[in-house]
Design a protein around this ligand. Structure first.
Ligand code: CP
Ligand code: NVA
Length: 308
């Protein structure tokens, strides 16, 4: 079993299913006000939170989740990661002398690898990088399982930028047997590594198909997912991306092309009037706050898995 969670690809499909089963039972325990059998899973453990980009959901859910598992949080300010202060591999080698795990939100995924390579006893969790957002995808799959029972054979259409969220969603969906459709403007498709991994990681004949036309991608889909057009770190491209992505908005007309009972998903934060309209995000089809709640249960399950 993996000690790190940098990517969905650190899990096998079985690991992922087991993690989601555990997440469901942790969620049920919490809703019933029970401590449950994992309330001391992180007792005596220290977990660092090191965020180089803003966060609401990820920061709050890790803070609460680690506490509910009996662990303690160490909030590490992001300025310790500035290259002119000390090299990253010295930050990590210090941290591993004091703490057991570190949850990192950063830029290049390669920064996470430096932690793993230089500090072998430290468990490392990717709380979002430029390339992947695996914790989000865990919560997304938990949300879909709650709605559908089983994800295999369903069709999930992602519309917008082929970014970190799209990558992790594609990984997770394929590993659970969902057909993935991803519609992006030309030049904003999923990275080639995602498409080349698709066949290897897909379960039960699940396929990944890429589209330029969002209408084609959502046709008959069971879920429609979108994310911001400009991710953290890309702010200088904001105006240009606004123009390029304008026909990728998820609105009532686009949702009408999906199945009549299709679900709308968004990782949040959302920009109403850009990638999604107010009507769609506030509609009965929208599960965005279930996704946000499930960050907590899914990440607790992932941490129990890493420490077991
Ligand atoms: N979805 C998500 O990761 O939210 P935050 O950026 O607020 O953590
Ligand atoms: N793609 C977005 C996700 C935010 C949760 C970003 O990286 O900013």
């Amino acid at each position: 079993m993996t000690k790190h969670f940098l990517s969905l690809l650190d899990f096998t499909p079985d690991d992922l299913s087991r993690c989601l089963d555990l997440a469901s039972s942790l969620g049920a325990d919490r809703r019933a006000g029970r401590k449950g059998p994992h309330g001391s899973a992180l007792a005596g453990r220290h977990v660092g939170l090191l965020f180089e980009k803003p966060s609401l959901r990820t920061r709050v859910t890790f803070t609460i989740g680690i506490g509910e598992l009996g662990g303690s949080i160490v909030d590490i300010p992001s300025d310790v990661m500035h290259a002119d202060r000390e090299p990253l591999h010295d930050v990590s080698r210090n941290l591993e002398r004091w703490i057991d795990a570190v949850v990192i939100r950063t830029y290049a995924q390669a920064r996470l690898s430096i932690f793993i390579d230089s500090a072998p006893t430290l468990r490392v969790v990717n709380a979002l990088s430029d390339e992947e957002h695996p914790c989000q995808a865990l919560a997304d799959m938990l949300t879909l399982r709650e709605r559908w029972g089983t994800i295999a054979g369903r069709t999930i259409a992602y519309v917008g930028d082929g970014n970190n969220v799209a990558t992790s969603l594609s990984h997770a969906g394929l590993m659970l047997g969902a057909h993935m459709r991803v519609a992006t403007p030309k030049g904003y498709a999923l990275p080639p590594e995602v498409t080349s991994a698709a066949e290897r990681i897909a379960v039960g004949g699940a396929e990944l198909k890429q589209f330029i036309d969002p209408k084609e991608a959502v046709k008959g889909a069971d879920a429609v997912y979108t994310d911001v057009w400009t991710s953290m770190g890309q702010e200088v491209e904001y105006a240009e991306r606004g123009k390029i992505f304008s026909r990728y908005q998820v609105n009532d007309a686009l949702m009408a092309r999906a199945k009549p009972d299709a679900i709308f998903m968004h990782c949040l934060p959302a920009h109403r009037g850009q990638e999604v309209t107010d009507e769609v995000i506030e509609s009965a089809a929208s599960v965005v706050f279930d996704q946000a709640e499930n960050r907590l249960h899914a990440q607790k399950a992932m941490l129990v898995t890493l420490f077991s």
